[in-house]
Design a protein around this ligand. Structure first.
Ligand SMILES: CC(C)(COP(=O)(O)OP(=O)(O)OC[C@H]1O[C@@H](n2cnc3c(N)ncnc32)[C@H](O)[C@@H]1OP(=O)(O)O)[C@@H](O)C(=O)NCCC(=O)NCCS
Length: 189
């Protein structure tokens, strides 16, 4: 069983049989401070999700995000589950959520969930073969610009403390830590 606890609540969790496992950092960015969008390199497009075939996005999502650090390997989402949980999610802003296409292939993306003037980055991911080229940063930056243009004021995100590349992307975008939680695990006997 997994639950989440604030750092100051870990003694309580331990007393009830849970073992702290992984630290999660919550960060926020005031979108007035969003860095400028650089010129897009030749052959690279930044389509919003709104115009994309959801089956292509599902293939990208599964291929790019399955090694996200966490307590357990993420199960590959079937198309039906992904459609329900991600694509048809009422909070998903498909006009702001952005993919990266390199020479016609979808290789990276950043999802935006919106609630009024606040947004939550639900997932940013890059196919393993395309990592380390700044494409996650580009996807997230373009998504933040689209969200800001549509009236979003502040962006939130959360990251496993071991996810060094994603923390690096967020720090360079200007996100600052605002809270921390620990996942806590207990074995059911
Ligand atoms: C995290 C992820 C999206 C990064 O994608 P990417 O396209 O390689 O990211 P970028 O190239 O834009 O930027 C990576 C940054 O991490 C830095 N980085 C990468 N590995 C690093 C390491 N081991 N130590 C320190 N910095 C590292 C890079 O230098 C770069 O920062 P810089 O631009 O300041 O130099 C990708 O690894 C991924 O898809 N992981 C699986 C899904 C996931 O965990 N998503 C996040 C969920 S919250």
């Amino acid at each position: 069983m997994r639950t989440w606890a604030l750092t100051e609540s870990l003694p309580f969790a331990r007393r009830h049989g849970f073992t702290p496992s992984r630290e999660l950092r919550y960060s926020a960015l005031d979108l007035r401070a969003t860095p400028p969008l650089p010129d897009t390199p030749d052959g690279v497009r930044l389509p919003p999700l709104a115009g994309l075939d959801p089956r292509r996005m599902h293939t990208l999502h599964v291929g790019a995000s399955s090694d996200e650090p966490g307590d357990a390997p993420t199960d590959a989402l079937s198309y039906a589950s992904w459609r329900y949980e991600v694509w048809d999610n009422l909070g998903l802003d498909r006009a702001a959520s952005t993919a990266v296409e390199v020479d016609g292939e979808l290789v990276a993306f950043s999802l935006v969930k919106r609630d009024g003037d606040r947004m939550w980055s639900d997932m940013t991911a890059t196919l393993p073969a395309f990592r380390g080229r700044g494409l996650a940063r580009l996807a997230k930056l373009a998504a933040l610009h689209r969200a800001r243009a549509a009236g979003v004021a502040v962006a939130y995100t959360s990251n496993d403390e071991a996810n060094v590349p994603m923390l690096a992307v967020n720090e360079r975008l200007g996100y600052r830590p605002v809270a921390a939680q620990w996942s806590c695990l207990a074995e059911l006997s």
